[in-house]
Design a protein around this ligand. Structure first.
Ligand SMILES: *Cc1c(COP(=O)(O)O)cnc(C)c1O
Length: 342
């Protein structure tokens, strides 16, 4: 049975073109630098986001953690938002792998205050102080919002004043560029390194990219080996990544439109209140009231629809390439059916 899966855009299975490109991929041992397809993907990805170099990594978490390990020394301090993925959803890896201290700031719905960052940076040498080594930003934020380019530019100014690098967790980087209707380089121009996922809305089966300058990526290549991420004939998956970057970015606009349609339809249900301020990309967050959500999850599953249960009082539906408008109509119909007989 094919499910209508609204849990995340990570559930996107690969397209026919991707399967074909994987079958035909030129491969070699990538640890020797011999995998032509992986090399092509890394070159293409670097150019796309306006960086000198890029490296293919197995996952977004891997890319973020590799970036922390490459930018920082053990005991260094990293400034970032308390609600970002690196803090909340990466299993505490920053403490285990890079051995850094995460100095979290309150975020304004995902956006960091440049003033708070400046206050938090360790300025003078003191025998007690850790060294501030890095600032991290997330865009698009996984709360569904896109951070403004003005905010990113202001953070760049502060970073430059104190000679600090910035890492961008851009798991959904192309969703951010799509929402802002700018070339993706506008989103990456004010950061030193960027991670983005091939395996979310872009439908590739596996993989993420970390991009930065040559020196940074050369260093990251050694640390990727340390982390067990030196892959062999990775061209079979890099091939799908190339299709993702070349052919799939344009579809994100339609994913966003489907999310707006979904939100509009959900809003006709009295038990649902949509977080309209967080409706920038392919995610619809809403607060359910008077809904037995675990029963709803089970009811919809029975109807062939997969959703996640509430987290912190909120539910999240995610649209993607394999969700149609008709699917959305059916989901809304099924929810109303459930609520009528609840
Ligand atoms: C999904 C995600 C990641 C991690 O990617 P994985 O491939 O799941 O490890 C990192 N940051 C953000 C904002 C994400 O949404």
């Amino acid at each position: 049975m094919k499910f209508i899966d609204l849990r995340s855009d990570t559930v996107t299975e690969l397209t026919k073109d991707m399967r074909k490109s994987m079958y035909d991929a030129d491969v070699g041992d990538d640890v020797y630098g011999d995998d032509l397809t992986t090399n092509e993907l890394e070159r293409y990805a670097a150019k796309l986001v306006g960086k000198e170099s890029a490296i293919f990594v197995p996952s977004g978490t891997f890319g973020n953690q590799l970036s922390l390990l490459t930018h920082c020394n053990k005991g260094d301090e990293v400034i970032l938002g308390e609600d970002c993925h690196i803090v909340c959803h990466e299993v505490g890896a920053a403490a285990v792998i890079a051995g850094v201290q995460l100095r979290t700031l309150k975020s304004n719905n995902g956006e960091l205050s440049p003033m708070d960052i400046e206050t938090t940076i360790r300025k003078e040498e003191d025998i007690h102080y850790p060294n501030t080594a890095l600032i991290c930003i997330e865009n698009a934020h996984s709360n569904g919002r896109v951070i403004s380019l003005e905010n990113m530019a202001e953070i760049r100014q502060i970073a430059d004043k104190y000679h600090l690098p910035i890492h961008l967790d851009g798991a959904r980087l192309f969703n951010a560029a799509t929402y802002l209707d700018v070339d993706v380089k506008e989103v990456t121009k004010n950061v030193d390194s960027v991670m983005f996922c091939l395996s979310k809305g872009l439908c590739a089966p596996i993989g993420s990219i970390l991009a930065g300058n040559n020196e940074f990526i050369n260093k990251a290549r050694k640390y990727r080996k340390l982390m067990g991420g030196g892959l062999r004939q990775s061209g079979v998956i890099a091939a799908a990544g190339l299709v993702a970057l070349k052919d799939m970015r344009d579809n994100l606009k339609s994913d966003h439109e489907k999310a707006l349609y979904l939100a509009k339809e959900l809003a006709t249900i009295p038990e649902v209140s949509i977080l309209t301020n967080n409706l920038h990309i392919n995610m619809v967050y809403f607060k359910p009231s008077n809904i037995d959500t675990s029963k709803l999850v089970a009811y919809l599953l029975d109807k062939g629809i997969k959703i996640c249960d509430v987290e912190d009082g909120l539910m999240r539906f995610v649209t993607h390439y394999w969700i149609t408008k008709e699917n959305i109509d059916y989901v809304i119909h099924s929810m109303k059916e459930f609520l009528a007989c609840q």
